[in-house]
Design a protein around this ligand. Sequence first.
Ligand code: XBP
Ligand code: MG
Length: 263
Amino acid sequence: MPNIPSLQAVIFDVDGTLAETELAGHRVAFNRTFAEFGLDWNWTPELYGELLAVTGGKERVALYVKRYAPALPEQVNFNAWIARLHQRKSEIYSELVLARAIPLRPGIARLIRELKTNGIRLAVATTTTPSSLNSLIVANFGCEMGSLFEVIGAGDSVVNKKPAPDVYQWVMEQLDLPPEACLALEDSYPGLSAARTAGLPTLITVNGYTANDDFSGALSVISDLGEPDSPPRHIAGQPFAGTCIDLTQLRAWHQALLAEPLP
Ligand code: XBP
Ligand code: MG
């Protein structure tokens, strides 16, 4: 019998996983910021989907400028200007989520509470900023992010953002746990790549922007975590038992996977 560690921690992605924040949250905040900065840029839902190929808001603006060469205001330092723009965008995003414009995805609040009650350690690995994450948590849980998550890898915690594995590796170092004792929850190809390269078994819940991503190597791919009266749809990988994804299911997947690892 191989020495299989039990599931000790779940590491959550944020955007697209905890909540559908991109279309009505980050995208809208970017467009409002562009208007405030006197730019005539408009990131349509389609264009934003294309720009999601790169993670991180500052990096996304830089990709847009490189790819579409829009007229830029006179400025001395491009990176400093992007940083100011992104700072303001983050403030507007927080205002949006604190107005409860962005609810959590099905099953997220239920699973987080169940994991916490049962002593599973909780962490976050995201490319968004700590302030944006905190606003989402305050709006939906009524508490600060630090009271839910023991370790938070966010924004510029690491230099190389997803799909690089760095943020997951940093989080596991802080947890002092090996990947075999953890499970990642993601929604996108860059997120899956980051988690898998870090050695983590990864559950995917898809969303409108990521439904057609390549999720080869995921433990399981499902529509969402579901609720007891509203089961998720299984898309690929390991099937689930029961009506929604709970701790019993995560433990079952984890044990089965460790006994027979993914290729
Ligand atoms: C998703 C992202 C982020 C957000 C915006 O992050 O790619 O860039 O779109 O974040 P994840 P900021 O799924 O890893 O949580 O503008 O705050 O950088
Ligand atoms: Mg994501």
